[in-house]
Design a protein around this ligand. Sequence first.
Ligand SMILES: [Zn+2]
Length: 300
Amino acid sequence: MRSRLVFVVVVLATTAFKPTTRPEKRNAILISWDGALRERVRANVGKGMMPNLARLMRQGALVDIDVTGHMTDTKPGHAQMLTGYDPNLTGVWSNTKFGPIPRGYSIFERLHDAFGKDGIATIMLTGKGANLGSQASDNGFPSEPFYLVRPGITVWDGDRIRSDPAIGDRALRYIDRFAKGRFFLFIHFPDVDVAGHTYGEGSSEYDRALVVADSCLGKIMAELKAQHIADSTLVYVSADHGFDQGTKRHSTATHIFLGTNDARVRTYGEQRDIAPTVLFEMGVDLSKITPRLPGKVLAK
Ligand SMILES: [Zn+2]
């Protein structure tokens, strides 16, 4: 009887994030579900359609996040999510008004600055051909937002259109490859946005895309467990922008969310708070960062 009890405790300890893991020992995975509207996400979680996000939030939280200070587009959403800066510093205001994010501003580069090139691996994995791309300026168009960021990332895997399941499979391979060391992995899933533009927010196809994104999250969580790093890996799920309810566009789509196994996250926030929260929870001294990050740490 007694040994069975001990066994149960051990199993629980390895499947959930352990808050006592020192920040400088933690990995983090930041997931973006492109175009995921929080009202729909919450409704589908409530209906039991998204069991993996539900499990993640039971370990931590699901809080409302608002997009502020820029257009609700893919380019400025990801520029702000991955730097913590507003467009006046990133130069990324909308999908049509943008430039390359200045060198050194991204979460990837901040982590390398704090922990060294060999102290942590950083990976950026995306499923769109442009908007979170790294292509150089061409035909009078400016360079893509991540043109200057890309050289500072350990593994760049973007600039190509891929489906959510294909992105999910690649994510599992990166976790397998980097599980022995420390890593930060950003994963962009494009298909909720594609379903929204094609069939509309509120369509069965949009809901179906959320279910697929959620099942990819489940596989990622299972891989963390299989690699015995679930207790040391923070997982954050958010979006670049939401969707205008019942439409095929996202012109005023400020409603996003943050789902996480980080139980210290409790409060409502803004998109600019995501980067400082991730950096702080990974042990970066925010007081040393210049220019000063305008957002706040959501972990208390
Ligand atoms: Zn879109």
